[in-house]
Design a protein. Structure first.
Length: 343
């Protein structure tokens, strides 16, 4: 059970506990939209987003990229890709609707003739959507912070792509994800000894070095990193196999007396790993166990890649929140990012 003195002014714990329902409701909100372009007019799909909204784009790319029959990319910054034009389906993701990079990039995409689908709770993007001839899928304004809105931002584009005939079967994967998230959530809350609490205690005041494999694992690792940064206000780092085996692994071993006190290696495992990626986890563990505080493994559960990706993300969200709890930190406000007006 959560301690009665828990500091959580924005109820981020409550938002994490409601993640399964958020995913379910987001899928329903994106069904039956009128005005979508015909699938045979689409040459490419571009996702615009920053921060947590950018991670939502990464989820779409990791899950839909291997199946959507046209190129699908995520752009994080002030400008869309140079090829954006009338044959582009552009998803614009921003919880607040005020993210300056995304507003500027979306304006450029609209001027280039792209078909826009805006997923936001309001702000400038919601106001501009009718002028751009864009569809607007609203994000519930009851979600307290943007990083707690991953399901509301990431799931609607999957359903839209299915509706257009570009990603058949997406709804089935969403249903499987909701089933798994509900089961996992029920094991993560309501107890004083859950997987997330144990992991948070193991990490303690060390810095998590989170590693996943392939596109799916890489997205999960980045999400873990950003949630530790934002919720626990602590350093964290993310890497992905196989790329780290070509450079980063060479940087470990010379300073073991320091790194053993500083880093905990967190391995995020899933069923979509290439056999060689699984083998490299085993090789890496032997080396890293000598130079890190601890090596821990989190294995995804659920049917299908979306369920497994969101399952890993849900565990990481709760770990970061319990890290905040054990440090006596309010996970909600993030004053540092306000200096840069991030949304």
């Amino acid at each position: 059970m959560l301690s009665p003195e828990l500091l959580d002014s924005l109820d981020v714990f409550g938002a994490a506990a409601g993640f399964p329902e958020q995913v379910r409701d987001a899928a329903r909100a994106a069904q039956g939209l009128d005005g979508l372009p015909a699938h045979d007019t689409i040459d490419n799909v571009v996702v615009l987003g920053m921060g947590a909204s950018g991670v939502a784009g990464d989820v779409l790319a990791a899950i839909g990229g291997p199946f959507v029959p046209v190129p699908l990319i995520v752009t994080k910054g002030y400008a869309p890709a140079s090829f954006v034009g009338p044959g582009t389906l552009c998803f614009v993701l921003s919880f607040s609707g005020e993210t300056e990079e995304t507003v500027e990039a979306a304006s450029a995409a609209a001027a280039a003739g792209a078909s826009l689908v805006v997923v936001t709770s309001g702000g400038a993007l919601a106001e501009q959507a009718p002028r751009w001839g864009a569809l607007h899928i609203p994000v519930p304004d009851t979600i307290p912070v943007g990083r707690a809105a991953l399901g509301a931002l990431a799931v609607p584009p999957l359903v839209v792509l299915e509706s257009m005939g570009l990603f058949p079967g997406a709804s089935g994967w969403v249903d499987a994800a909701v089933t798994q998230l509900t089961a996992r959530r029920d094991r993560l809350v309501g107890s004083s000894d859950t997987l997330a609490r144990r992991l948070a205690r193991t990490i303690g005041r060390t810095w998590p070095l989170v590693v996943g494999a392939g596109p799916l694992g890489a997205v999960a690792a980045r999400r873990w990193k950003s949630q530790v940064n934002l919720n626990a206000k602590a350093p964290a780092f993310a890497s992905a196999i196989p790329d780290l085996c070509h450079d980063e692994i060479a940087g470990w071993g010379q300073h073991g007396d320091v790194t053993r006190q500083v880093f905990t290696l967190v391995e995020l495992r899933h069923d979509e790993e290439h056999p060689q990626e699984s083998r490299r986890f085993e090789q890496m563990r032997d080396d890293m166990a000598e130079v890190t505080h601890e090596v821990v493994e989190v294995r995804a559960e659920g049917e299908g890649p979306l369920a497994q990706l969101l399952d890993l993300i849900l565990v990481g969200d709760h770990v970061s929140l319990h890290m905040a709890e054990q440090a006596g930190i309010d996970p909600g406000p993030v004053p540092a990012t306000e200096l840069f007006r991030l949304s």
